[in-house]
Structure formats: C-alpha cells, structure tokens
Write a protein that binds this ligand. Sequence first.
Ligand code: FE2
Ligand code: FE2
Length: 206
Amino acid sequence: MLDKLIIEFDKGVRTLFAPAASRRPYPDAHLPEAELTDAEKRHALGLMRVNHCGEICAQALYQGQALTARDPAAREALRHAAIEEEEHLAWTERRIRELGGHPSLLNPLWYTGSLAIGVAAGLLGDKWNLGFLEETEHQVGAHLDSHLASLPEGDAKSRAIVAQMRDDEAEHAKTAHALGAAPLPAPVKGLMKLSSKLMTTASYRI
Ligand SMILES: [Fe+2]
Ligand SMILES: [Fe+2]
C-alpha cells in the first residue's frame, strides 16, 4: 500500500506541474489558427481552462480508483481510459498557451478534492466506484457539448479538441458501464453537478 501511495503521489505532482504527453496526434494539428477578436479569445481561453481543470480532476479520480479498485480486469480497462485523459490534459494545456493564457491557479485544490472523492468512491466498492466514473463521464460529456455550442464559431482548433474529447468521454462511460457500474442515486448526481458548477465557474476566471 505504501508503494502504491508513493507512486500515486509522484503521479499527482507530475499531473499538476509537468507537461502532459499525447500518443495520438493533437486533434487540431492540421487546422490553422483563426483570427479571433479579443473577446472571443478570452471566452475560448476561459472554456479551455475549465476543460483543462476537468482533466486534472479526471486524473485524480482515476488515480483514486487505481489505489482502491479490487478487480484487476477493471483496473486494466480503466488504465487505458486514464491514458486518454492524460492526452486530453496535453491537448487543452497547449491550447490554453496558444490562446495566451495559463491553466487555472486553483488546479491543486481541485486535484486534491477529486483525489479524496476518488478514494472515497473506491472504498465503497468497485460497482459504486465505476458508477461514479460513468456518471462523471456523462456529466463531462454534457459540459463539452455545451462548450461546442458556446465556443467561437471560427475557433476550429479548440472545437476539434473538444469534439474529440467528447467522443472519448462517451467511450469511457461505456467502459465503466460494461465493467458493472451501479446507477447512482439522484441526490448524489445532483451533488456532483453542484460541485462541478463551482469548479467550472471558478476556473473560467482564474
Ligand atoms: Fe477527458
Ligand atoms: Fe473520460
């Protein structure tokens, strides 16, 4: 257990402070930079910062699960999803820089909170852990859809990244479901929506 903790602590430090890597090509690699107004740029930046922060939280949730998941098959399937989350982190981080900004200053705070939630969900047992993951991926997918509706029409680069992330998250939700996710009670879903509202409102700004 101590070994596991040390490995996860190391992952956490790298998630927060080292650049993430992408195995797949960046979804926007083939697209030219658009001429955006200052207001459009600011808005796209805010949204991409929210997405980046969401991916930081995803890293923490998956790590929390890795610490507690009992079924080795589930752990392996989720490890694959976690690699894609790391790519999402890389894509959004680079886009934030291109738009002239920086990742949310509150990331360490959200990371710590998400890790605690991930561990807590994991301790409840695999089916609840997976249920929590499935619901998270559904909620993230809905968020990404709303961002696609809200991003500046001309910002093809941000849009390509968000669209690919949305497709990946839908696959992650399916994976969690196939592994035996339990449906969460409505009040828990409501609480999750509330805390993500808090996170998105704050990280859009700082
Ligand atoms: Fe993601
Ligand atoms: Fe995901």
